[in-house]
Design a protein around this ligand. Structure first.
Ligand SMILES: [Mn+2]
Length: 471
């Protein structure tokens, strides 16, 4: 945990930016897996972690701005808890460690909210993403709860919406990482890089995807850490979220590994490596890989305060178009192809996303409320719509840079049949690449006062670096 004043300062700042009302923050509970006492690993809610740091279940908190009062609601351990879970610090001790002096039994939260509602206090809460939390909020507020942000809740409203103002204000704070958060992120990324190096060293023909996925998992689990998201480990990288590990790996295959660790304080790392299963890539794979790495390095070199990530994304698309033009797969002006959206054929996702306590940081607030300016909407066109981060970059932002190049047979067929972007895509040549698969390279970056730097240590990705680890 951070020192108590860090949490106290964060809460103070939130109070100042919001100006009034009552902020209700619900911690996560334990979620059952297949029967009540068999549980998923506990993961605290990230908003709760950011403001209260308390990493265990059964907690709620309020920041009553109108009355300048902060209370954590929870229950002290019973003897039964101690028998099953061991002796733990008391709630009062735990709260003191995060700068909170007032605690109350969880059962009194409901009455506390009722009184606040009667006094016409607006209730601010962030969008819930678990069924249990939605039900709990509905019980506390006495009405239906939506997950789409809008006005803060006042008694009498037919539906309680999460507070858009709260989402924007917290995103402003959490989007700018502090020095102590950057240390945590660097640790998570360093472990993540070790996971990737392990896979590059290990993979060889005759193995299965699950062999590599397990070895990657062992790296973070041996440190007592967990994944920041379910590992993608596949020789079918063109399927973007491929979570099965069922394929066997053969000479000539590429393995795409998208995996990250979450460290003890729950900060995330997120990297992707595409590696040859055999000794090296085929000539064809090398040709596309060079386009990918050139795109990746140019995108990283472009990062600085004041540039929008949308510009970086479009520039990456244009670079891919230029590279694929040399291979005879695309034609026309690369920048025009990018701006028209034609390169979404080969990279249908965004160049990156914010990263912090969540691997897609604060995505429960709505990605447009985190990755775009206040009041902005996302470009709804295919490809552009998947750009989670589009806003102007500011010092303190931490996010991923992850261009990819994919050949998706179903997408090729559909666009070809529709004659889509036929001015930019050479469909005759593309037929010869249908079974190529997909590749992506991803590392994590911080915007500094005058440029950007990698978070954590460098992940091997150049052909030479990959070859050195394969020896
Ligand atoms: Mn990512």
């Amino acid at each position: 945990m951070f020192p108590p004043q860090i949490y106290a300062e964060r809460r103070q700042r939130l109070q100042q930016t919001l100006g009034g009302g009552l902020v209700l923050m619900l911690g996560n509970g334990i979620a059952s897996y297949n029967y009540p006492d068999n549980n998923y690993p506990f993961r605290q809610d990230s908003t709760f972690l950011y403001f209260f740091g308390l990493d265990y279940e059964g907690l709620a908190a309020i920041i009553d701005i109108d009355n300048d009062q902060t209370i954590v609601f929870g229950d002290e351990l019973t003897l039964d808890d101690i028998i099953w879970s061991g002796v733990q610090p008391t709630l009062v001790e735990r709260c003191a460690a995060v700068g909170v002096s007032e605690t109350r039994p969880l059962a009194t939260l409901s009455r506390h909210i009722e009184l606040a509602l009667e006094k016409r206090q607006p209730i601010h809460f962030v969008p819930p993403y678990r069924g249990h939390t939605i039900l709990w909020l509905e019980q506390l507020l006495g009405t239906k709860v939506s997950t789409t942000p809008g006005d803060a809740f006042l008694k009498g409203m037919p539906v309680a919406t999460p507070s858009l103002e709260l989402c924007y204000n917290i995103a402003d704070m959490r989007n700018h990482k502090s020095p102590e958060e950057l240390e945590q992120l660097a640790e998570a990324v360093d472990i993540t890089v070790t996971m990737h190096e392990t896979a590059i060293r290990l993979v060889q023909p005759g193995m299965h995807e699950k062999d590599i996925a397990a070895a990657v998992g062992e790296v973070c689990q041996r440190l007592g850490y967990f994944f920041s998201f379910p590992t993608i480990c596949t020789n079918h990288g063109e399927t973007l979220h491929n979570h099965g590990y069922i394929h066997s790996l053969r000479e000539g295959d590429m393995l795409l590994l998208d995996a990250g660790a979450e460290n003890a304080m729950h900060y995330a790392g997120d990297c992707t490596t595409t590696m040859p299963v055999g000794r090296e890539f085929t000539d064809r794979q090398k040709a596309v890989y060079r386009v990918l790495i050139d795109t990746y390095e140019k995108a990283a070199a472009q990062l600085r305060p004041g540039i929008t990530y949308r510009e970086c994304h479009v520039a990456a698309w244009a670079n891919i178009a230029a590279g694929l033009k040399e291979l005879g797969i695309m034609k026309g002006d690369p920048m025009e192809a990018a701006e028209a959206g034609a390169v979404a054929m080969f990279m249908p996702h965004g160049l990156g996303h914010m990263m912090g306590l969540d691997v897609h940081d604060m995505e429960n607030y709505g990605e447009v409320h985190v990755g775009y300016p206040r009041g902005a909407h996302k470009d709804p066109r295919f490809g552009f719509a998947s750009l989670r981060l589009g806003r102007m970059l500011e010092p303190g932002f931490v996010f991923t840079v992850e261009p990819g190049i994919y050949f998706i047979p179903d997408l090729i067929d559909q666009w070809k049949a529709a004659g889509r972007f036929a001015d930019f895509i050479c469909y005759d040549e593309l037929q010869h690449w249908r079974d190529f698969g997909g590749m992506r390279n991803e590392e994590d970056y911080l915007i500094t006062s005058d440029g950007a730097r990698r978070v954590g240590r460098k992940k091997p990705y150049t052909l030479d670096e990959l070859a050195a680890l394969r020896r």
